[in-house]
Design a protein around this ligand. Sequence first.
Ligand SMILES: Nc1nc2c(ncn2[C@@H]2O[C@H](COP(=O)(O)OP(=O)(O)O)[C@@H](O)[C@H]2O)c(=O)[nH]1
Ligand SMILES: [Mg+2]
Ligand SMILES: [Zn+2]
Length: 343
Amino acid sequence: MRRGVPPTPAKPASGAAGSEDPRPTVTSAALPGIVVRAYGKYFDVALRDEPRVLLSTIKGTLRRERRRTDLVAVGDRVWVVDVGAGEGQIEVVEPRVRSLARLARNTDDVEQVILANPDRVLFLFAVHQPEPHRRMLDRFLILAEAAGLPATIGVNKIDLDEPLPAGDGRTAADAIFGDYRPVYAVRYLSVQTGQGLAELREDLAGRVTVVAGPSGVGKSSLLNALDPTRERTVAEISAATGKGRHTTIATQLYRIGPDTYVADTPGIRALALHGVPLQTLDRCFPEFRPYLGQCFFADCTHLREPGCAVRQALTAGLIPGARYESYAALRRGDRGDDEHRPA
Ligand SMILES: Nc1nc2c(ncn2[C@@H]2O[C@H](COP(=O)(O)OP(=O)(O)O)[C@@H](O)[C@H]2O)c(=O)[nH]1
Ligand SMILES: [Mg+2]
Ligand SMILES: [Zn+2]
């Protein structure tokens, strides 16, 4: 358990006095918290055990350890000393368990952390307005798989859902999102009527969840419903930093319950698929996994080789056709931006 006791820093300051002390850089006054917002050298740290947020800087000794990643990023669990007047100093950054990152501009080995320690990602789409874009969802899911992040699919505006004219009883939402139910948690939601929000809160409780999705699907509406104080908070922060809220491009964490945060991450689309080698693409489709390793060719691309177990599963109806089509298009190298083309 991490509660209560300050952790041993990832790299204890060398030569510090008291060799018996496993945490030489943490003073007893340090409080646990999580970085909820970054502004250059300043970080908002939400304290774990009280509602306050301290505007914090990084202790000099920490700053000297140059690494190939951001020293402190939104989502990092830290220990901070309250220095008064609502300000703090970050003394320890707990080791990151994972991160959503991209390469910093003009480098090939320095990463820029979009969010540290996400536990889960919620991909939000709408059943209509805008129409869901399957290929975009599939690409998001590949990113989540490659990052080892469990994904939940939220289908908002379910109040607009209707049975399909074909008359097989399925609705427009089922026709698209039904394919994903065997392998992902799919939640039908309506921020407008409140449908599904209680269950979604349970999914999110005690975790840090990244929310991503195309514009217009209701991400802001959902965050506001989950945290009614958010609108006000954002406005206050904007006034304090002199930046308009629409110019905000950095990740922010919103606290929606005890140890429960949702991250509004505009950067996720910029991740694209660069980090996923084509050879590992098949493993990013959970419904393919039972068949991987069973193809005749060990390096089967599952596109046209004989003896392909994945395509046999497809033919047998064990893999949804549209999911296979997404895979095949990406595997063929069709990574182009098809955002504006029909799914
Ligand atoms: N019918 C319906 N409209 C919704 C729902 N949730 C959000 N909207 C509307 O969808 C539009 C876009 O919402 P917004 O939260 O700005 O989407 P964002 O771009 O993803 O942040 C707004 O006009 C909302 O009022 C819903 O559950 N049902
Ligand atoms: Mg929005
Ligand atoms: Zn194959």
